[in-house]
Ligand binder design. Structure first.
Ligand SMILES: Cc1cc2nc3c(=O)[nH]c(=O)nc-3n(C[C@H](O)[C@H](O)[C@H](O)COP(=O)(O)OP(=O)(O)OC[C@H]3O[C@@H](n4cnc5c(N)ncnc54)[C@H](O)[C@@H]3O)c2cc1C
Length: 420
């Protein structure tokens, strides 16, 4: 959108998956609308970059719960192709230095852990997820590492009650051209003003006044679809202040998960196709790996939590050295000479995200509903953190955008009052 609009019915702040969901719903209606996006691109925490000609997802990559995922059915009609092979993230540990017996033991422990989480969620008090671990348990480091990948945070900082609400159908697909590219394509026809960071939402008057880096936009309704740290830190301010929203956003911080990409033009002896591996099942500071994902000449590394924050500070070289050591321990030293670091994500220092995906702190399981609730039927909220069951995901974000747009449109319709 070259010109910056001055007045619309509905303004959407943020053009990530949630903003794109909202925009697509609004585009099907008659209300005027515009999206305000701080960056120069669509997609936010989904972002596909071409490296060596290969689409590389720096953020969201997997269509989780693919059979219940609102974005899945949109991919092929938009010209994208889906890769539906099931990943063996932690269902198989035999490529991670474990025996078949150990793998079976792990799967039993994982099932027991799931049940223990559900039981703990029934307790009156919302405890940290670390309290569910069996003291001294063989698999505790792996449970802890998995939490830093799946929740982007350590178990001791994670609400049990919130975490068990996450729904996972077990089906995970990838987009060959990249998930970020798909979200960008889904938003490509929307009226988006780029470089238009919203700074202040003045909702004192009958029209809401949104101050942005590109000027002022007035709207009857606003959908706020930005990551929680922007609300909690008041980088985006409300006037009058909305203390309930600041508190709810602060209870749902973004944890950190990052990625590192290696060129890897090599086949490991005796192993065909793509491989999923865990660096170590004995320490929590470890990465998980996709070797030759989709058969491509790559190793993609994924890691999270405080460990990821430390590596983000230390830089690409230190991150690549850590991954190289873990891969050499698993597959032999020769693998090192086939690994060429290509790039990494740095979501903690990303000004418009400030992290990777939201988790609820212990005692804050109610914050998603508090954040998602509209204010005066004029200010609506969307984004992955608002999703009750698909939080931390792109499809969860997308669904909240659809719902916020629907609610905003309904609020604009003249009310019919019953007469006796
Ligand atoms: C490393 C990593 C791996 C992931 N893996 C997966 C995965 O495999 N599958 C999955 O489903 N999800 C995954 N996710 C999570 C997923 O990417 C996010 O949950 C989802 O994209 C969030 O969408 P959103 O619209 O809520 O927020 P965002 O994508 O963050 O969009 C918000 C938008 O608002 C903009 N913005 C911020 N502040 C302002 C402002 N003041 N004014 C205007 N605009 C502003 C931002 O620039 C951004 O574009 C991953 C994320 C990361 C980082």
């Amino acid at each position: 959108m070259a010109e910056f609009p001055s007045e619309v019915d509905i303004a959407v702040i943020g053009a990530g998956a949630a903003g794109v969901g909202a925009g697509r719903r609004l585009a099907a209606g008659t209300a005027s609308f515009a999206l305000l996006e701080a960056r120069e691109r669509i997609g936010g925490r989904t972002w596909t970059r071409l490296i060596d000609g290969i689409p590389s997802d720096f953020g969201g990559e997997w269509l989780h719960s693919a059979d219940r995922n609102a974005i899945s059915p949109l991919a092929e009609p938009a010209g994208f192709s889906l890769y539906k092979k099931r990943p063996e993230w932690t269902t198989r540990l035999r490529n991670s230095g474990c025996t078949l017996e150990e793998e079976a033991d792990w799967l039993a422990a994982r099932e027991a852990h799931r049940r223990a989480m559900r039981r703990a969620a029934e307790a009156p008090e919302d405890r940290p997820a670390s309290t569910v671990l069996v003291p001294g348990g063989r698999w505790n480091p792996l449970f802890e590492a998995i939490s830093t990948w799946g929740n982007a945070v350590e178990l001791e900082k994670l609400s049990i009650k919130d975490n068990v609400r996450y729904e996972d159908s077990g089906l995970n697909w990838r987009v060959r051209e990249g998930y970020g590219a798909l979200i960008a394509a889904l938003g490509s026809a929307l009226p988006i003003a780029f470089g238009a960071a919203a700074l202040r939402i003045d909702h004192r008057g009958t029209r809401i006044r949104i101050e942005t880096a590109r000027g002022v936009l007035r709207a009857a309704r606003v959908i706020v679809a930005v990551p929680t740290p922007l609300i909690a830190s008041e980088a985006l301010r409300f006037d009058p202040v909305l203390p309930g929203k600041i508190d709810a956003a602060a209870g749902l911080p973004l944890g950190l998960a990052n990625k590192l990409f290696f060129r890897f033009d090599h086949h490991l002896a005796g192993i065909a196709g793509e491989i999923f591996a865990v660096g170590s099942t004995r320490r929590r500071e470890t990465m998980n790996y996709q070797l030759r994902p989709l058969g491509r000449p790559r190793v993609n590394c994924f890691f999270g939590g405080e460990f990821a924050a430390r590596l983000e500070r230390e830089g690409l070289e230190a991150t690549a050295a850590f991954a190289g050591d873990e891969l050499a321990a698993l597959y032999g030293n020769d693998i090192r000479r086939h690994l060429v670091p290509l790039g990494r994500s740095t979501w903690h220092s990303d000004e418009w995200a400030r992290g990777s995906y939201s988790y609820a702190m212990p005692g804050h399981a109610g914050d998603r509903a508090r954040l998602a609730a509209p204010v005066d039927e004029r200010i609506f909220f969307a984004g992955e953190a608002c999703s009750p069951n698909f939080f931390s995901t792109a499809h969860g974000a997308y669904e909240t955008g659809l719902a916020a747009a629907e609610a905003a449109l309904t609020s604009l319709r003249p009310r019919v009052t019953a007469t006796s």
